[in-house]
Design a protein around this ligand. Structure first.
Ligand code: 2AM
Ligand code: CA
Length: 259
């Protein structure tokens, strides 16, 4: 995609996200309709569905030739990364949304032939939009941001998923001990924002494409590493255990989990 078109799409997506945030804030004031998906901790609400509907409609009218992978299934059956592929997570951190009315995100990514073009993570309650891509750089609202420092695992906090801590999958106990402490935020989007800002040196969680699609673009643009927990490149259409962070922390975690 040419830079002029990327800028045009960027303006357009930001206008959708601004409207989307306002709608979510309004809908949050009414009683939520909460349903479970795979279990009692995997939730979907009327707001997740309405917001995916809203965003998918916007994408379809703006870019009818593209394909859309949406968490709640209102997009398309996407089986190939050829062409333009949008990835939508209408509410990331639905448990936080339901129980805290805070610490959740709206996420959108645009890939072209598997290459990240634009990524968006909107911290709704903080009213901070993290956006950008390789051609634009990474922004917190209108402010350009960069990696603060290439921290090692021993120099910072590590974000982990609750279920992985409980099962000590991939020896995350040891990862946590080597760090300055672990944090469990419950939203991949909020964890990824924390890594971008230097508040966490890394994050480990089992994730689906809509959980990491936008974050991968923003992280790689700013020099962070993201891979599967065994160090392999991510497949944009599959779920896997994901490791992301500063290059040093990423290397430190790989060393521990491969022992
Ligand atoms: P969600 O709220 O959009 O479903 C919580 O630990 C984080 O992991 C959230 O980003 C959440 O996204 C995601 N998540 C929750 N259940 C998951 C599952 N079964 N597989 C992958 N990601 C999940
Ligand atoms: Ca979601």
């Amino acid at each position: 995609m040419k830079i002029d078109e990327i800028r045009r799409v960027d303006r357009e997506v930001k206008s959708w996200l601004s409207e989307s945030r306002k709608r979510v804030l309004t809908e949050m004031k009414s009683r939520l309709v909460v349903n479970t998906k795979t279990g009692r901790r995997d939730l979907v609400t009327n707001v997740d569905k309405a917001n995916e509907h809203f965003l998918v409609d916007k994408i379809r009218s703006y870019d009818p030739g593209s394909k859309i992978l949406g968490e709640e299934g209102l997009g398309d059956q996407v089986t190939s990364s050829k062409g333009q592929v949008w990835i939508v997570d209408p509410i990331d951190g639905t448990m936080n949304f339901v129980k805290q009315r805070n610490h959740f995100a709206i996420m959108i990514a645009l890939y072209e032939n598997g290459q990240g073009i634009l990524g968006y993570i909107f911290d709704v309650m903080g009213n901070k939009l993290y956006s950008g891509g390789p051609d634009l750089g990474v922004f917190e609202n209108d402010q350009k941001i960069s990696m603060e420092k290439n921290y090692s695992l021993a120099d910072g906090l590590i974000g982990l998923s609750g279920p992985m801590v409980l099962s000590n999958e991939y020896n995350v106990d040891e990862v946590s001990r080597k760090s300055l402490g672990m944090r469990i935020y419950g939203s991949a989007g909020i964890d990824i924002i924390s890594v971008l800002k230097g508040e966490l040196v890394g994050y480990i969680s089992h994730l689906k494409p809509w959980d990491f699609g936008a974050g991968k673009i923003l992280l790689e643009t700013n020099g962070f590493k993201i891979s599967s927990i065994d160090g392999q490149p991510l497949d944009m259409l599959s779920s896997t255990t994901v490791l992301l962070g500063t290059p040093n922390a990423h290397r430190d975690v790989l060393t521990i989990v491969s022992q």
